[in-house]
Design a protein around this ligand. Structure first.
Ligand SMILES: Nc1ncnc2c1ncn2[C@@H]1O[C@H](COP(=O)(O)OP(=O)(O)OP(=O)(O)O)[C@@H](O)[C@H]1O
Length: 661
C-alpha cells in the first residue's frame, strides 16, 4: 500500500462526480481533524525531542496532506516519514489516526503495542473476512483513504452539479397579499340591491338583461371603484389619489360588468362631454363586444360611446370622436373603446382628440396588453393625458400632473387623477412586467388558487406565475392521437357529442384553413373558419352566425381565444395543443362561462403528452382526464374521410394555382 499518493486531476474529477456529497463532507471533516491532531502531535514530538534528541520524528501525514491547496509543508513531512519508516515505529501516528477518525469506535481498536505493518495487514484482513461494518469502517479507513485521497483536494473550475435552489423573487405587498375574491359564481352571489351607489335605473337595466345578482368579482370590484370615485372626477381631500386596480379572475367570471357598471355610474353625473373613460383591448372583436355592453348599460343616459378599432376609415372614426365648432373642438364621446394601434393613430392625427379629461384608463386582457407594450401606446396615452396647459383643449380649471409626492402647493389647485384598471384571467404577477404600466399604489383583487407565492420567474412565458383559476364548471380531457388520426378524432367528437356550438383551435391559420376544407369536404357538419385570412367585416359576420347557431363547428386560430363571449359554447377542442398555459386557460375558457358547465378536449401526440401534462400540473389546473377514442369508432369514418382527403388535395391545388395567377 502506498503511503504517498499523488492526486491526479482526472481521478479527482471522476471520483468527485461519483461521490455522495455527504461523504465528501465527512472526509473533509476527518482531514481537518487529522490536521488538528497532527499539529498537536508535532507539538508533543517537539517537546519530546527537546527532552531526548535521539527520539523518532513524527510519522507521515495522512493522505489528506497531499492537498493542492497546501503544497508547501509537504517536503519536510516526507522527510520525517522516511525517517520514521526507517526505524519502523509509526505507532504514535497509528494511534492518532484512530483517535481522529470521526467514524471510529472503541471496539476492535488495534493494540498500539503491535508494529504498524503487521497491525495494518491484520486489520485489513479482518475487515474483509469478518465483514464487520463497524470494525471495517475504522480499521479499513486508512487504506480507503490512501486509495481515494482526492476528496480533500480543491479542484478549481469543476462545475458544481448540484441543482440550484429556485430563487423566489420578493413580491411587493400588494401582489403578495391581494384582496381575495370568492370563487364560485354559483354560490357566492350578491343581490343587486345589496351594493349601494348604483342608480335604480342601472339596477333595473341589469335585471332586464338577466343579471339578478352580482358575481363575486363584481361584488368586490364595483364598490371599490365607486369608493375611489367618491370625490367625483377630482382627487380627494388632502390630495388623496385613488389606487390603480388590478383584477385577476377566471374566464367567464363577469369581469366586463365589473368595470362597465361603475364607470357608467360615475360618468353619468358629468355635465360636459369629454373622453373620460378609455378602454384598450387587444382585438377588434373584443372591442366590439365590450362597446356593445357599454351601449346596453349607457342606454338612456347622456353618455356616448365610440369604438375606434380600424373597422371604419380614420375619417369616419374622427367624425364620431370630435366636432369642430366656432369655439374650437368638442368631444362627441365620453367612453372610447379602442385597439392600441388605432388609438395612437387618433392621438397623432385627429385634431381636437383630447385625453386631458381622462379619468379611467381600462386595460382589458392586461397581460396580453403588457406584451404589446413595445408599441409604446401607453406612454403615448399618458403623455396625452398629462399634456402641459398650453396644449389645445386645456382647461385652466384643472391641473393634471402625474402622481408625485403630495405637498401643500400640489394640493392647492384641484386635480384630476388618472386611474388605471387592469383586468385579466391570467394577470401576470411578474413585478418587472407590471412595472411597465407605472401603476399608482395598486390594489389587486384575485381569485387565484394560491395568490401567495405564485411568482414570476422573469423571462419565462409561464412566468412561474402560471397558477391560474379555472372555471368550476369546466371538465377537461386529453385525447391521445396520432398525426393522421387527428382530423378523424375531431370529426368523431363533433358528430358524437352533437353540441350546437363547438369551438376548435389550431395553432396557425394554414392549419385552420385545411381543417376547415377537410371537414367541409367530409360533410354533415356546418363549419366555418375564423382567422386573419378574413377582414374585420367577414369576421364579424362569422361570429354572428356562430352565435346564432348557424355554424356548428368554428375552426379558429387564437384570434377567438381571448375574451370572446359566445353563449352556448359547450365544447372546446384543441386540434393543436397550445404551447403556453395562458393560451390554454383562455381557449378552454370559451366554455363553462358564467357558472355554466363545459367540456374541453385537447388532442395530443405521444411526444407532446409529457410536456403538456407537466405544464398543466405546474399550473395546478384541475385534474385532466384521459379520453381514449377506440379505433373501431374511427373506422366507420375512414372511407368518407379518404374521399374528403382527395377533395382537399384538389382544392388546395386550385388555391395554389389561383394564388400564382
Ligand atoms: N352577474 C351576472 N349574472 C349572470 N350573468 C353574468 C353576470 N355577470 C356577467 N354575466 C355573463 O357572464 C358572461 C361572461 O362575462 P364576461 O365576458 O364579462 O367574462 P370575463 O370574466 O370578462 O371573461 P374572459 O376572461 O373570458 O374575458 C357574459 O355572458 C355575461 O353576460
Amino acid at each position: 500500500m502506498a503511503l504517498f499518493r499523488i492526486a491526479r486531476y482526472e481521478e479527482q474529477e471522476k471520483s468527485s462526480s461519483a461521490e455522495d456529497q455527504a461523504q465528501v463532507l465527512l472526509r473533509r471533516l476527518r482531514v481537518q481533524a487529522q490536521e488538528r491532531q497532527l499539529k498537536k502531535q508535532k507539538q508533543q514530538e517537539a517537546e519530546a525531542e527537546t527532552s531526548s534528541p535521539g527520539d523518532v520524528a513524527p510519522g507521515p501525514p495522512g493522505p489528506a496532506q497531499t492537498s493542492l491547496s497546501s503544497p508547501a509543508p509537504e517536503e519536510p513531512k516526507r522527510k520525517a516519514k522516511k525517517r520514521k519508516r526507517g526505524d519502523g515505529s509509526p505507532r504514535r501516528l497509528e494511534k492518532s489516526e484512530s483517535e481522529t477518525d470521526p467514524m471510529s469506535s472503541q471496539k476492535g481498536t488495534s493494540s498500539p503495542r503491535k508494529p504498524k505493518r503487521k497491525k495494518k495487514k491484520k486489520t485489513g484482513k479482518s475487515c474483509e473476512e469478518q465483514g464487520d461494518k463497524k470494525d471495517s469502517t475504522r480499521a479499513c479507513e486508512p487504506s480507503a483513504e490512501a486509495s481515494e485521497p482526492q476528496h480533500s483536494v480543491l479542484i478549481l473550475g469543476v462545475p458544481d452539479k448540484k441543482a440550484l435552489p429556485k430563487v423566489q423573487p420578493f413580491l411587493p405587498k400588494w401582489l403578495a397579499e391581494p384582496s381575495q375574491v370568492q370563487k364560485s359564481v354559483k354560490n357566492d352571489l350578491v343581490p343587486i340591491q345589496d351594493i349601494p351607489g348604483i342608480h335604480p335605473c342601472l339596477q333595473k337595466k341589469l335585471k332586464t338583461n338577466g343579471i339578478m345578482s352580482y358575481f363575486p368579482v363584481q361584488a368586490a370590484v364595483i364598490p371599490a371603484l365607486l369608493e375611489s370615485a367618491s370625490h367625483g372626477f377630482l382627487v380627494g381631500r388632502g390630495g388623496y389619489q385613488p389606487s390603480d386596480i388590478c383584477v385577476s379572475a377566471p374566464t367567464g367570471s363577469g369581469k366586463t360588468l365589473s368595470f362597465v357598471i361603475p364607470v357608467i355610474q360615475v360618468l353619468s353625473e358629468r355635465v360636459v362631454c369629454h373622453i373620460r373613460a378609455l378602454v384598450v383591448l387587444p382585438t377588434k372583436e373584443l372591442a366590439q363586444q365590450v362597446s356593445k355592453v357599454f351601449n346596453i348599460y349607457a342606454d338612456g343616459t347622456a353618455l356616448r360611446i365610440a369604438q375606434i378599432t380600424g373597422q371604419k376609415s380614420l375619417a369616419k372614426e374622427q367624425e364620431i370622436l370630435v366636432q369642430k365648432t366656432d369655439s374650437g373642438y368638442c368631444s362627441l364621446a365620453d367612453i372610447v373603446v379602442a385597439t392600441p394601434g388605432r388609438l395612437v393613430d387618433h392621438i397623432d392625427q385627429t385634431p381636437g382628440f383630447s385625453l386631458r379629461q381622462l379619468r379611467f384608463l381600462i386595460i382589458d386582457e392586461a397581460d396580453r396588453m403588457i406584451d404589446s407594450m413595445h408599441q409604446s401606446w401607453l406612454p403615448r396615452v399618458v403623455k396625452a393625458v398629462f399634456q402641459g396647459d398650453s396644449a389645445p383643449g386645456s382647461s385652466p380649471l384643472f391641473q393634471r400632473v402625474e402622481p408625485r409626492a403630495i405637498t401643500a402647493a400640489s394640493t392647492s389647485q384641484p386635480q384630476m387623477p388618472l386611474q388605471k384598471l387592469l383586468f385579466s384571467a391570467t394577470l401576470t404577477r411578474n413585478p418587472e412586467k407590471l412595472q411597465e404600466l407605472g401603476l399608482y399604489q395598486p390594489r389587486l383583487f384575485s381569485t387565484g388558487p394560491d395568490s401567495q407565492g405564485s411568482v414570476a420567474q422573469p423571462g419565462t412565458e409561464q412566468d412561474g406565475e402560471g397558477k391560474y383559476a379555472f372555471p368550476a364548471g369546466l371538465s377537461h380531457f386529453y385525447v391521445p392521437c396520432t398525426l393522421n388520426s387527428k382530423p378523424l378524432a375531431i370529426l368523431h367528437l363533433v358528430r358524437n357529442m352533437k353540441f350546437s356550438r363547438v369551438l376548435c383551435f389550431t395553432n396557425s391559420r394554414e392549419v385552420s384553413h385545411r381543417l376547415f376544407l377537410l371537414v367541409k369536404a367530409f360533410g354533415g357538419v356546418p363549419v366555418a373558419e375564423f382567422s386573419s385570412r378574413f377582414g374585420p367585416g367577414q369576421r364579424k359576420m362569422i361570429l354572428k352566425q356562430f352565435e346564432q347557431g348557424k355554424i356548428q363547428l368554428l375552426i379558429s386560430t387564437d384570434a377567438t381565444a381571448r375574451g370572446i363571449d359566445v353563449k352556448g359554447v359547450k365544447l372546446v377542442l384543441n386540434y393543436d395543443a397550445p404551447q403556453y398555459i395562458r393560451t390554454y386557460v383562455h381557449r378552454v375558457g370559451r366554455t363553462a362561462r358564467a357558472g355554466n358547465t363545459g367540456l374541453a378536449f385537447t388532442l395530443l401526440l405521444r411526444v407532446q403528452e409529457q410536456k403538456f401534462l407537466q405544464m398543466l400540473r405546474e399550473a395546478r389546473a384541475p385534474e385532466l382526464g384521459k379520453h381514449v377514442i377506440r379505433s373501431e369508432h374511427l373506422k366507420s369514418l375512414v372511407p368518407q374521410y379518404e374521399e374528403a382527403l382527395s377533395e382537399l388535395q384538389k382544392t388546395i391545388r386550385n388555391e395554389w394555382k389561383q394564388k400564382k395567377a
